[in-house]
Write a protein that binds this ligand. Structure first.
Ligand code: HEC
Ligand code: HEC
Length: 203
């Protein structure tokens, strides 16, 4: 009798739990990691959560380790074949990214889907290549000013939280699935990761 009362109370409390402990579109908010008391473990768990977004095709398609962007959730080689060309990543003369990619997503005429767009649509530099890399290696790359565009950890947080190319992943245009969560939730995870020492997960 008493046991079931306690169980019922437990269920009621769980149902009344604040919304912040719940996933936002498949991404856990930073405060749901607050209960991990060991700071290193908390930091690693925060980055692992960020890894869900980092491993999303919307991000990876622009972060290859070779010279060619990818398309779609299957991450197939970009058609037509285009290359980064030089370290600026804007493509070869005559086949610049901006030849086709506008400043905004543009729906296809006469069929479903769209051409993705942004003011500065271009490929991430090769040292920021992530496709096929383990999350631990991506984490070390993101932390290292030698390979992250000379950024401090605070600047990395800023980039995650407000860079428009990162933000495109949550506004990817018709026919494309957005990354998990929102850029705000992702930015908060990055902030909490840095605040807890920016530790990288193992493996
Ligand atoms: C000749 C036109 C053309 C050029 C040049 C071009 N693209 Fe594209 N790109 C497209 C089209 C069209 C799509 C949409 C294909 C689809 O989704 O079916 C696309 C899709 C993409 C996607 C897929 C996004 C996703 O997550 O599905 C990426 C990434 C991309 N392009 C990057 C680039 C980069 C970087 C450059 C320059 C190095 C570039 N493109 C140059 C036409 C072009
Ligand atoms: C349209 C292509 C494109 C998309 C989509 C894109 N990026 Fe990038 N990313 C770039 C380019 C280009 C740079 C380099 C620009 C710079 O350093 O300012 C970059 C740099 C970065 C950096 C900086 C430092 C580093 O070490 O990697 C981070 C972090 C990053 N991107 C995260 C993401 C995340 C997370 C997503 C998805 C939510 C994403 N990007 C989607 C093109 C893209």
């Amino acid at each position: 009798m008493r046991g079931s009362w306690i169980l019922a109370l437990g269920v009621a409390l769980a149902m009344a739990a604040p919304a912040h402990s719940q996933d936002v579109g498949g991404l856990k908010p930073a405060d749901s990691f607050a209960s991990i008391s060991d700071e290193t473990a908390r930091s690693e768990a925060l980055f692992a959560e960020m890894g869900k977004v980092i491993a999303h095709p919307r991000c990876l398609n622009c972060h290859p380790r070779d010279d060619t962007p990818r398309q779609g959730d299957a991450m197939r080689v970009h058609k037509p074949r285009v290359v980064r060309h030089d370290e600026t990543g804007f493509g070869a003369p005559g086949m610049r990214c901006t030849t086709c990619h506008n400043s905004k997503n543009v729906p296809f005429v006469g069929s479903s889907g769209s051409i993705p767009g942004n003011e500065v649509w271009h490929l991430a530099p090769v040292e920021m290549g992530w496709i096929g890399a383990p999350l631990s290696a991506i984490c070390r790359q993101i932390k290292d000013p030698e390979t992250n565009g000379g950024r401090s950890l605070d600047e990395i947080v800023q980039h995650m939280a407000s860079d428009p190319l990162v933000g495109w992943a949550w506004n990817p245009g018709e026919g494309r699935q957005a990354a998990q969560g929102t850029q705000d939730v992702f930015g908060e995870l990055a902030r909490a990761w840095v605040a807890s020492g920016a530790h990288c997960p193992q493996g």
